[in-house]
Design a protein around this ligand. Structure first.
Ligand code: HEM
Length: 452
């Protein structure tokens, strides 16, 4: 574990270990399976008997892969393997023309103006989260999952998490995640295609149950749209947007795939970031008090989108949580032709791993890379790194569709919670970060909660 004054960082492994030991470490946790040199390297190569993978950790190279030539580095089919029973052909898993078509229909729903429209629903979810909080020792990761799921249901389908279908979807997703992590050894160390694998029966059954529930919501919405009675929310917007090139809308089946990913990508990630943000504030009462003061002044005027312009500290704290504990710690792409990176020849079919986790703590880029310092974003180093070395939402054309959404949701919920409640870290319960579906604390995040 890290020095006592620094927020927790997983212990790195020894520099050289056997492949089998590496695989074993991987099964425990992808973060502690990596050597410490990745926090200083620009690029690293991992060779196995089956394939090669390259961790790319230099801003210019990351730009090349994600921004300059994204179509040359598609997502590998293997990455989403564990998620396919649930997500079907959702935008998270597709590539090429199919992916482009889906983004043409989805992107307009997340544009700036639409964010303003979803604000009252986010605010209502924030008020509900504040009301559910209670004094005492609490595991706040679960609280934040609940809150982020509520945000998604309210903004997407205009229903709160207490709705019966919403509650059921939420519980089924939890069961799914326990059986199928998003980032498993297969993502980073893909097995050769001929090796047999398959989804566990339990995973498939849970995926079917979730899809049945989402189908009910989506089919009901199709009817409301046909009758002209649909609420003006994200689901209606996406389901009525025509592809500007073909004029076609999503079918119900296609929409089910997309709703599944919005729910999954949209609530797990935000919940992870909010949980860590609360923890970081809990171990830094000074920043917490400053944020509470800002929140009190900004939020008193009620649910007005303009408050976002006043929640500067909340934004900086949330950014710092995304930097230190990026919910999606690593992303994987594949080369479609031979490439040359840093004078090294990469064969076609190599895995390219981009690691926000390592980039965000890179010792040659960041001042005080492992420290919690929301003030860094106003320094020269912080501003440069924000542009060049901060990619919690990825970057380029395949950037997270919900990035703008999450940057409203996160700071807003944080400010609403800290305005009413005081959080304190519990010395004997230091959370250990591990990469499950997203970066989570091994045994949850336990905080002492009091009324402010
Ligand atoms: C703090 C919150 C969030 C974080 C850190 C985050 C992070 C990411 C990252 C890193 C990716 C790229 C993954 C890759 O390329 O392998 C991604 C993709 C995506 N995210 Fe988010 N996300 C967040 C919230 C959301 C929300 C709120 C939504 C929707 C409501 C959302 C929807 C998506 C979708 C649909 C994709 C796939 C985009 C594509 O492949 O074209 N995310 N997210």
């Amino acid at each position: 574990m890290s020095a006592p004054d620094l927020p927790p960082k997983p212990q790195a492994r020894a520099d050289r270990v056997s492949l089998w030991r590496y695989l074993r470490l991987f099964r425990q946790d992808i973060l502690s399976a990596q050597p410490a040199r990745l926090y200083r390297a620009w690029m690293a190569e991992f060779r196995t008997p089956f394939f090669r993978s390259y961790l790319v950790n230099q801003p210019a190279l990351i730009d090349e892969v994600l921004k300059a030539r994204p179509m040359d580095f598609p997502k590998s089919d293997r990455v989403g393997e564990g998620l396919r029973p649930l997500l079907g052909a959702s935008v998270f898993l597709t590539n090429g023309a199919e992916w482009q078509r889906q983004r043409r229909i989805i992107d307009p729903a997340f544009e700036g103006g639409r964010l303003r429209d979803t604000f009252p629903a986010m605010w209502a979810a924030g008020e509900a989260a504040v009301a559910r909080m209670a004094p005492g020792l609490r595991e706040v990761e679960a609280d934040m999952s609940h809150a982020a799921a509520d945000v998604i249901f309210r903004t997407l389908f205009s229903i709160p998490i207490e709705d019966q279908i919403a509650t059921e979807v939420f519980h089924q997703f939890r069961a799914y995640q326990r059986t199928q992590p998003i980032l498993n050894a297969a993502a980073f160390l893909p097995l050769p295609k001929w090796m047999p694998r398959g989804h566990r029966a339990e995973t498939r059954a849970t995926a079917r149950a979730i899809r049945a529930l989402i189908t009910r919501l989506t089919a009901a919405r199709m009817d409301q749209i046909a009758q002209g009675t649909a609420p003006d929310d994200l689901a209606t917007k996406i389901m009525t947007t025509r592809d500007p090139e073909t004029g076609a809308c999503f079918s119900t089946e296609e929409m089910v795939d997309q709703v599944a990913i919005f729910f999954l990508a949209g609530h797990e990630t935000s919940a992870s970031a909010l949980g860590w943000a609360l923890y970081l504030l809990a171990r830094d009462p000074e920043w917490q008090d400053r944020l509470a003061e800002e929140a009190e002044a900004a939020l008193a005027q009620g649910p007005d989108f303009a408050v976002m312009g006043k929640l500067r500290l909340a934004r900086d704290v949330f950014r710092e949580a995304l930097r230190l504990y990026p919910p999606v710690p690593m992303m994987v792409r594949e080369t479609t032709a031979p490439e040359c990176f840093r004078d090294r020849a990469l064969p076609k079919g190599s895995q390219i791993v981009i690691s926000p986790w390592h980039l965000h703590r890179h010792e040659r880029l960041w001042d005080n890379p492992d420290g919690f310092d929301p003030g860094r974003w106003t320094t020269e180093n912080g501003k440069t790194c924000l542009r060049e070395a901060f990619i919690p939402f990825s970057t380029g054309t395949r950037v997270c569709t919900g990035a703008g959404f999450a940057m409203v949701e996160g700071p807003l919920l944080l400010a609403m919670l800290v305005r009413k409640w005081r959080f304190a870290a519990v010395p004997e319960r230091v959370p250990v970060p591990v990469a499950y579906l997203t970066v989570r604390a091994k045994d949850g995040i336990w905080l002492e909660v009091r009324r402010r």
